[in-house]
Each structure stands twice: as C-alpha cells, then as structure tokens.
Design a protein around this ligand. Structure first.
Ligand code: ZN
Length: 245
C-alpha cells in the first residue's frame, strides 16, 4: 500500500524547539495520528507565513509532508489561537503544565482523539477565564484515568472494600483511596475532597471552567494530586513548579 506523501491533520502545538537559525521543531498533538514531531522551516524569520499559526497552544489545521526522519509542515492555518494563554502568566503556566503532562504520557504516533479533545477543552476553558484549579485537576484526573493510571476512587486499594462518601485516607503510592480500617498509612482525605475528585473526573471538562472549588478543598486536592502525578510520571514535570498557588 502506498502512503500519501502529504496529509492533513488537526493539531495543537504542545512544544517547540529551535533548529538552526531559522527553523523549529514543533511537537504536535494531532487528533488523527497522536503525537508527531515536525519541522517548521523558516518559521523564525520575520515574514514566515507559518509562524502565526504555529504559536504555542494554538489549535491549527496543518498540511504535513513526509520527510526522511521528521515530517515537514507545508501549510498551517490557525483554527483557535487561545491568545489569553500567552498573555496571562498564570494561565500560561497552567497551559504549559497540561501540555507537558500530555507530552510526557503520550507515545508518538498512537492516535487518541479523546486526548486531543481533552487538551483542547482544557486550553479553551483556560483561555475563556475558567477556574484554573478545576480545569487543571480535572485534566490530570481524566488524562491519567483514561490511560489507565488514574487514582482508584471507589474501592480501598489495600483491601478492596467499597468506599462510600467517606474514605479513611488516600495513598498516592498505592494509587487511590483507603477504607477506614486501612487508612492509617495514607494521607488524610476529607469528605469534600473525595466528592471533589469524583466530580472532577466524572463531569465533562467543558463544564469545569464554570465551577469553583472551596478554598480548603482546592488546597487539599492540589497537594494530593501533586504527589499522585509525581508517582505516575517518570520524569519531573518542570512546569509543575510554576502552577499558580
Ligand atoms: Zn481497606
């Protein structure tokens, strides 16, 4: 079967790095083909036609040509620029974190439409001024759970007992909630934080921007998910340090 020499994709620019004087390598999350690295030639020149569409976090319609080692961007048209993500420091930090987490969890080439849709909904929510903590925590929970690495929220990870509205604790190392009997080894988990975790996982990401977590719950979930993500991701996420407190 012959493969077309060029093809179109919908993509989000996750990351970029310079390549020589004028070019850049862009790491793209595409809806059709998963994560792809492509060369954007001449993109650092002032009059590059590709440059505006290939800014970080932009959703873009691209034409790619197969190159010898990397694909080459031949056309790019921005579909949604999400400008606030580049002008608001805190929102930029959240977008960087979401992009880095997705980048670190997704293998190159594996198609995953739902990951693209989740990243897009998160960036859109952040750009529209949605609640940052809800969007970031919802993103972590949905991404990790969808890939099979999410926290167990319904059964004790030690003994398997069903957990109602109240857990005995949470163990990041063991991957989820603990019952009252097994809870001593884990971190405390309030009833409101458990309900928050379940909501953030269950509700569509598009709805999370309009929610607001109670301050104490927000802080509790931040600590808990920070530790949990650390256990699940091999490498250190540099952008995590810049997330708004
Ligand atoms: Zn138990």
């Amino acid at each position: 079967m012959s493969r077309a020499r060029s093809y179109q994709v919908s993509a989000i620019v996750l990351r970029q790095r310079d390549l020589g004087e004028a070019d850049r390598i862009v790491i793209l999350l595409t809806r059709e083909r998963g994560k792809i690295a492509a060369v954007a030639k001449g993109v650092k020149r002032a009059r590059s036609k590709l440059a505006p569409a290939l800014q970080l976090f932009t959703r873009v319609r691209l034409q790619l040509a197969r190159g010898r080692s990397l694909e080459v961007v031949t056309q790019a048209q921005a579909a949604a620029a999400f400008p606030r993500l580049r002008s608001d420091v805190e929102r930029y930090a959240c977008a960087c974190y979401a992009a880095e987490l997705a980048d670190s969890m997704i293998e190159e080439g594996a198609a995953c439409e739902w990951v693209f849709d989740l990243v897009e909904a998160t960036l859109k929510g952040l750009d529209e001024g949605g609640d940052m903590a809800s969007l970031v925590r919802g993103f972590e929970l949905k991404l990790l759970s969808g890939l099979g690495y999410g926290p167990e929220l319904e059964r004790c990870v030690e003994c398997g007992a069903e957990i109602g509205k109240e857990a005995g604790g949470f163990s990041a190392a063991d991957g989820g909630v603990l019952c009252a009997r097994c809870g001593r080894g884990g971190a405390p988990l309030s009833r409101a934080a458990l309900a928050g975790l379940r909501d953030l996982l269950r509700l569509p990401q598009e709805e999370l921007g309009g929610r607001r977590l109670k301050e104490s719950v927000r802080q509790e979930l931040e600590r808990l998910m920070r530790r949990f993500v650390d256990y699940r991701v091999d490498r250190e996420l540099r952008s995590a340090a810049f997330l708004p407190k």
